[in-house]
Design a protein around this ligand. Structure first.
Ligand SMILES: [Zn+2]
Length: 70
């Protein structure tokens, strides 16, 4: 198991292009289920995953997508 955390935006932004951009994780689905669902809905098909825990643990959205919403 490698402990390397790759920077990866679910919208497919190039990891080099976002190396200086903060990545945001999803809200905790146990703590804030409504907010979590709102994020998943906003992301739509780009999520590529339907298990909430996997989304929460593995999926990130870079700061570029936060200028107009959330
Ligand atoms: Zn991005």
């Amino acid at each position: 198991m490698s402990g390397v955390q790759k920077k990866n935006c679910i919208f497919g932004c190039d990891s080099l292009a976002i190396q200086n951009v903060p990545l945001h994780r999803f809200p905790n689905p146990d703590m804030r289920p409504a907010l979590f669902t709102a994020w998943v809905t906003a992301v739509g098909e780009n999520i590529g995953e339907n298990k909430t825990q996997k989304i929460y643990k593995n999926k990130r959205i870079c700061d570029h997508h936060f200028e107009t919403k959330v």
